[in-house]
Design a protein around this ligand. Sequence first.
Ligand code: ZN
Length: 72
Amino acid sequence: MPLHDFVCRACGHAFEALVMGKDQQVCPQCGSTELTKLMSTFACRTSGKGDSGDAGSSKCSGCAGGSCSTCH
Ligand SMILES: [Zn+2]
């Protein structure tokens, strides 16, 4: 599922949004389209793995992308 993390450059609101094709994402708080898409590493906890013992799974619980440096 194409779920991405965004931060609004206008108001700083952070949110997750499903990216469908070329849809322009809009800040749900202020309506701005000036958004920064975050890399998956930003959404992933940096405290290390091991809280659930499934480090071998495809993604960690705090990462939407499944390819961050912490969960691999
Ligand atoms: Zn905003």
